[in-house]
Design a protein around this ligand. Structure first.
Ligand SMILES: C[S@@+](CC[C@H](N)C(=O)[O-])C[C@H]1O[C@@H](n2cnc3c(N)ncnc32)[C@H](O)[C@@H]1O
Length: 223
């Protein structure tokens, strides 16, 4: 449950045992079994919660789309797209990305030669953030933004980026009795960036160019 006493003292790093993760996720069982429900773990460690969430989403993919390879691959990627994490320590976030990718690769029975593998690696590099959940800043000091992914069907995904500090103000701003209560969320929460629809191949290409240009991002092989 711990890596070292020093890390427990410095960062409160105590990992949650599997039975407790399962029991906690059962409290929101129906959400964990919905492919497009979004989960954010703000102190995700190596992914004890996120891995289980992804496994439950993939079980839902199998039930609904197990008969069609095309749908199965795209909805499995959507499951990855709907899991988010923040982690302070570099080794933990790298492990978390690797663990999540391994779960997807095992489920789809793919390896590094498959574009869904690279597309998922890219998504994980965007969704699992090395940063501080309290200051809402990345390890390099930028404001944390999260990608809101959606599946448009026919192999196309959409992406819009939102700042975490804006999203966390949502309940305060749109709550009953506030000045903004009558406004639609789309009027208050404007994305930082919107992208044209992207295919799995487009996402895989982004991962490949990312690996070529930076050594700090997710490597193409780490299983
Ligand atoms: C108690 S552990 C839990 C890890 C994981 N959620 C689990 O249940 O196994 C807390 C984790 O949060 C990380 N952490 C501590 N402060 C943080 C912060 N301000 N922002 C993001 N992560 C943080 C630690 O490095 C550690 O991995």
């Amino acid at each position: 449950m711990i890596k070292s006493k020093q890390r427990v003292a410095d960062h409160g790093e105590v990992f949650t045992p599997e039975w407790l993760v399962d029991a906690m996720l059962d409290l929101v069982k129906s959400e964990t079994e919905r492919i497009d429900s979004r989960f954010l773990e703000p102190a995700c460690g190596s992914g004890n919660f996120l891995v289980k969430v992804l496994q439950r989403k993939l079980a839902a993919v199998e039930l609904k789309y197990g008969q069609s390879d095309f749908e199965k691959r795209h909805y499995a990627l959507l499951g990855v797209m709907c899991t988010y994490g923040i982690e302070l320590l570099a080794d933990n976030i790298a492990e978390c990305r690797a663990n999540m990718l391994e779960v997807l690769a095992d489920y789809l029975n793919v390896n590094t030669s498959d574009e869904v593998y690279h597309a998922a690696a890219y998504v994980l590099s965007q969704n699992l953030i090395h940063g501080d959940a309290l200051s809402m800043r990345t390890a390099t000091g930028e404001a944390i933004t999260f990608a809101e992914w959606g599946y448009l069907g026919k192999g196309k995904f959409q992406r819009r980026d939102f700042r975490l500090d804006m999203l966390t103000q949502m309940s305060a701003i749109s709550g009953e009795g506030t000045l903004f209560a009558q406004m639609g969320k789309h009027e208050i929460f404007v994305p930082e960036k919107s992208y044209p629809p992207m295919t799995m191949r487009d996402l895989a290409g982004l991962q490949e160019s990312q690996t070529q240009s930076s050594s700090s991002t997710i490597p193409a092989t780490f299983i």
